[in-house]
Design a protein around this ligand. Structure first.
Ligand code: PLP
Length: 394
């Protein structure tokens, strides 16, 4: 494991780390409560207060934030705030080592969102198209249309899994037009995985020069033994790009850091399209985050526990939940989700947006225990128990 951090605990804001004391997984860590006076006065203050008061279950975030060690590393890196060039704590080497690949296999991005865009810019030139399922992480398709490329979107199976033979057939059929295949694994918004056997089937079934972008943003939450990361395909030299993020398990969404793992040739093709705009704090924080396995395990454990608790309760009330391998789940509400969303918002709970064509399914991110309690209280108000208990309402 990469350990290049030479800063001392004492150096961290004169020991404020201990005082701020990242509180493990307490619902409201101290740092979350501190609010400096805001420029712009009461209007922005009110906005910030309203945001802080919401149960935020709409963006699949990690509600606990960066761990104590990550905060410490990021605070240390503030001393480089005024620099263009500075030591980056060997972030690329740390990521490479952690994943068993070489530095040449890594491209950093300001979030994995940037990586997805870079893949689009690199491989969707000359009117090429992206192929994938719908619904999935839509920004890939939106970015494609933003750069005047097209998307071939295939429906999910009835059990909300991805239809691998259909992706293979469509890729073969449109071979000359296909820029890349997008596979979100596990998929957002459904939370369902593609098994390692299916990934193999896909890669073996499509023409061997078609790039496949495999988005593993939620990799760390998967328990399904039939799932596996696709990084080994990169080492085999296949045209596979694995996208990963520090936004989810590591709680660094607002810091903006993610990365691609691909063959050195593909990384070189992609690099000119990347902004190189990952900031110093994010780089130092990312190295510390990879090392802090204890914090990773804590977040994973509580997230999975709260997901199971919430989904079991909904199921026991008769609602159908799509089995999820992520830090969110989808439940069938039987009502237009926009209406349901407004009803939750009125109760101070922000839940997921509609994901056409699944317009009666609500996506709920796993927040803190307190937030999940507020979600269930609101649910029971919005969906009062009917007299015909036991009948399926989902
Ligand atoms: N990929 C998937 C599947 C996501 O759900 C998200 C964010 O929610 C991203 C990529 C982008 O994450 P980030 O840009 O924060 O790394």
């Amino acid at each position: 494991m990469h350990t290049k951090q030479s800063f001392s605990r004492r150096g961290f804001l004169g020991g404020t780390a201990a005082a701020l004391g990242y509180m493990g997984l307490k619902p409201t860590p101290l740092w979350a409560e501190r609010s400096p006076p805001l420029a712009g006065g009461s209007l922005f203050q009110q906005e910030a207060d309203e945001y802080d008061a919401l149960a935020k279950l709409h963006f699949n975030e990690n509600p606990y934030g960066p761990s104590d060690k990550v905060l410490e590393a990021m605070t240390y890196a503030f001393k480089y705030s005024m620099r263009y060039g500075y030591p980056d704590n060997g972030v690329t080497a740390a990521i490479a080592e952690h994943h068993g690949v070489a530095r040449e296999n890594i491209l950093l991005g300001a979030g994995s969102g940037e990586i997805l865009e870079v893949v689009g810019l690199t491989f969707l030139d000359h009117d090429k198209k992206v192929i994938g399922v719908d619904p999935s992480y839509g920004s890939v398709y939106r970015h494609a249309s933003g750069i005047d490329a097209d998307a071939i979107k295939l429906p999910l199976l009835d059990n909300y899994r991805q239809h691998i033979p259909a992706i293979i057939d469509a890729t073969k059929k449109h071979y000359r037009e296909v820029g890349f295949v997008y596979l979100c694994n596990p998929n957002n918004p459904t939370g369902r995985t593609v098994t390692s056997q299916e990934v193999q089937q896909l890669l073996d079934g499509i023409p061997e020069d078609v790039p496949v972008l495999i988005d593993e943003a939620y990799h760390h939450f998967v328990e399904d033994p039939e799932y596996a990361t696709s990084i080994p395909y990169v080492l085999e030299g296949r045209p596979v790009i694995v996208a990963r993020t520090f936004s989810k398990l590591f709680g660094m969404a607002a810091m903006r850091i993610g990365f691609a793992i691909a063959t050195p040739e593909m990384i070189q093709r992609m690099r000119p399209y990347s902004t190189g705009s990952v900031n110093a704090l994010a780089k130092w924080g990312a190295v510390a985050a990879l090392e802090d396995t204890e914090a990773q395990e804590r977040v994973r454990r509580i997230t999975l526990r709260l997901r199971k608790q919430t989904t079991s309760e909904l199921e026991s009330m008769g609602y159908n939940v799509i089995p999820s391998e992520t830090n969110f789940f989808m439940v069938h509400t039987g009502r237009p989700v926009n209406e349901v969303r407004t009803a939750f918002r009125d109760r101070g709970v922000a839940v997921g947006r509609p994901f056409p064509p699944m317009l009666e399914h609500l996506r709920v991110s796993i927040g803190t225990e307190e937030e999940m309690g507020r979600f269930m209280t609101a649910w029971k108000e919005i969906f009062p128990v009917r007299s015909t208990m036991g009948s399926e309402r989902g």
